[in-house]
Ligand binder design. Structure first.
Ligand code: SF4
Length: 177
């Protein structure tokens, strides 16, 4: 199933993912739901190898929004983007999907075939560099991406209300091995 076209309505901010440049960030919206990644054979195999459950993780980014529950680590978006908005988040910090936002990214791989494995996700770590060309949206096989400049309104509203201390103190969900 594609990303909800009405995103980010119905979701709320569950994290703030910084770029290592110390300045830029994107929000993470949840709670998410099990979708394409939970049914994809390559994804299931690699999560099993790592001993990680496939859990709802939600959407990374607001104007460039990637539904990580839909993303199957194809990497077409990474290859298509003319301004390198995306990186493979696990090549920056190799942690479970739902902990990615707790570790600043920005130095990960931007080559399609350089994904760590099929538990990796395309992260719009340079969301602010987007030039709204829509190339990533049209090439994503499961339609995990929504690019909408007008979602800046949601980003700015969240930036005004986000409680960093509260979010940082929340414990990551338990992982069952
Ligand atoms: S819309 Fe274009 S510039 Fe923006 S993230 Fe997608 S491919 Fe990159």
């Amino acid at each position: 199933m594609p990303i909800n076209p009405d995103f980010p309505k119905g979701y709320e901010v569950i994290g703030k993912h910084y770029n290592k440049d110390g300045e830029h960030f994107h929000f993470v919206w949840g709670p998410g739901r099990l979708a394409d990644a939970a049914q994809n054979e390559e994804c299931k195999k690699d999560y099993a190898t790592r001993g990680e459950n496939i859990e709802p993780v939600g959407v990374h980014g607001t104007m460039v929004a990637v539904d990580w529950d839909v993303c199957v680590a194809d990497g077409a978006c990474i290859e298509a983007c003319p301004v390198q908005v995306y990186e493979w988040y696990r090549t920056s910090n190799d942690v479970p999907n739902n902990e990615a936002w707790k570790h600043p990214g920005g130095n990960g791989e931007s080559v399609k075939e350089h994904r760590k494995d099929f538990t990796d996700k395309a992260d719009p770590i340079r969301e602010h560099d987007c030039i709204w060309c829509m190339a990533c949206v049209s090439v994503c096989p499961p339609q995990a991406i929504k690019v909408d400049q007008s979602n800046l309104e949601y980003h700015e509203k969240a930036a005004g209300t986000y409680n960093e201390a509260l979010a940082k103190s929340s414990q990551p969900p338990p992982h069952h091995h």
